[in-house]
Design a binder for this molecule. Structure first.
Ligand SMILES: [Zn+2]
Ligand SMILES: [Zn+2]
Length: 466
């Protein structure tokens, strides 16, 4: 049963049940539009009350990777509303531990790690993790086997031939799952309507190398804090072009620290503090920062406001590389941050401006060609498209049928599907209200939550159909 993540981008939660026991895969948030319409709501989560019938029988939360739309709800509902152990790869486990620590509940939570490619058992569920490439370290797919058959939950992925921070996606392991007979593929649909070329982090690294070598002033790379490969590429480009480089932004530094502990990143090319750049010639400086979505408190906005003495002053001759997609709804917020920088003569390179034909950002999600490769190796009887709007889910369903699936039902949050050798059928529906979260106040009281949050929580209450 998808609890969240269908019909929207974000808030990925999926429940798998067998013989009365359940495993939850991922517990993420959805972001409101960054346009002021959400009335103090910083994020949305599915109302955990909607799961009250099964909550005592959820034996594990298993996490695919450390993105907000997969782990962002954990500290709001674990370990008090949902008490089961949390399983994750070491990189994701570190990110989850940090947020539980900030919430003051780390001592009560039970976090267990599994290696990328590792297998473990939760009651009747035999789970094997499979290495994937995505825009964060240690992303995995989960092959979940029960006596009723095997489901492959891909999580977010692409087929990057040169991901820089790991080996490529483990196609052999996916093929082995297919060889053993796969009942259903539950698969990322983010780019299912797009005919994209297969792209690689190595292309972005090569673009960075050219830009860092050719620009007269300071070069700033703005990316997501979880995108460790981008930070590594920026460090590589800096050291080749004789620049000193520092990281700024809380999440970027925290994830880089974890990546260094796990041997994914080597920080010897990096300065300890951005303030150590001060006094250098502008041609000798580079910076990696957060704030790709126009967030007011992120490092890019602090660079624009010039109110942080630790950060270099940017002006004519300096370059900012916006190395991320802008999430629809955030365009105006991003422009608000960039406008004063452009006015001071800073050149801003956005996604559409490739460097000599090479991209400065590549998507972390498979386009149609890569999805087709996944389907052809996994050879599932059924495909359940997840992680997308209706447009993405429908495009993915038709691709799945073209690739040989017997059925590819487009579900919705709360729709319960029974999958077995006998077939796939819809057996019920649970109403899943969405609730608003505020950074300052935690879960907002429903009666007073404003704007979109209030509208979404005024949906009818819980009706259990199963
Ligand atoms: Zn995602
Ligand atoms: Zn992701």
């Amino acid at each position: 049963m998808p609890v969240g993540g269908l019909g929207r981008i974000g808030m990925n939660w999926t429940l798998y049940g067998h013989d009365g026991r359940w495993v939850l895969v991922d517990a993420g948030i959805a972001f409101p539009d960054n346009d002021g319409s959400a009335g103090g709501v910083d994020a949305f989560i599915p109302d955990p009350e909607a799961l009250h019938r099964v909550v005592g029988r959820i034996d594990a939360l298993v996490v695919t990777h450390a993105h907000e739309d997969h782990i962002g709800a954990i500290q709001h509902v674990f370990p008090r509303q949902i008490t089961c152990p949390i399983w994750a790869t070491p990189f994701a486990a570190a990110a989850i531990s940090r947020r539980l620590e900030e919430a003051g509940t780390l001592d009560e939570a039970e976090i267990r790690t599994f290696p990328v490619g590792g297998a473990f058992r939760i009651g009747a569920f035999a789970i094997r993790s499979i290495r994937l490439t995505h825009s964060v370290p240690q992303a995995v797919a989960l092959a979940i086997a029960t006596p009723a058959g095997t489901v492959l939950h891909t999580g977010d992925f692409k087929l990057d031939p040169e991901p820089l921070i790991s080996l490529p996606t483990d196609i052999e392991a996916i093929r082995a799952v297919g060889d053993a007979g796969l009942l259903a593929l539950v698969c990322d649909s983010t780019n299912a309507e797009r005919d994209l070329p297969i792209t690689s982090e190595a292309q972005v690294r090569d673009s960075f190398r050219r830009i860092f070598a050719n620009r007269p002033g300071t070069v700033v790379v703005c990316c997501f804090g979880t995108n460790v490969a981008r930070a590594i590429s920026a460090c590589d480009a800096a050291s080749r072009s004789g620049r000193q480089i520092a990281l700024t932004g809380r999440s970027l530094r925290a994830h880089a620290e974890t990546a260094e502990k796990l041997g994914i990143l080597d920080s010897q090319d990096m300065l300890a503090e951005p303030s150590h750049l001060r006094g250098l010639d502008r041609r000798e400086m580079a910076l990696v920062c957060t704030g790709t979505q126009g967030e007011e408190n992120a490092a890019l906005a602090r660079l624009a406001r010039r109110n942080d003495w630790r950060l270099p002053e940017l002006g004519l001759g300096d370059t900012i590389i916006m190395s991320a997609s802008v999430i629809p709804g955030n365009e105006a917020a991003v422009e608000r941050v960039l406008e004063p920088l452009r006015a001071r003569g800073v050149e801003v390179l956005t996604q559409s401006e490739a460097a000599e034909g090479q991209p400065i950002h590549v998507s972390g999600h498979a386009g149609r060609a890569e999805l087709a490769i996944m389907h052809r190796h996994a050879r599932p009887r059924f495909v359940i498209p997840v992680h997308g709007t209706d447009l993405h889910l429908r495009a993915h369903a038709s691709l799945a049928l073209d690739c040989g699936a017997q059925a590819a039902p487009v579900g919705a949050d709360g729709v319960v599907m029974a999958v077995s050798a006998a077939g796939i059928k819809l057996i019920g529906r649970v109403e899943i209200p969405v609730i608003g979260i505020s950074r300052d106040d935690g879960i907002l009281p429903r009666a007073t939550s404003a704007g979109k949050a209030a509208r979404q929580t005024q949906r009818p209450g819980l009706r259990i159909a199963v």
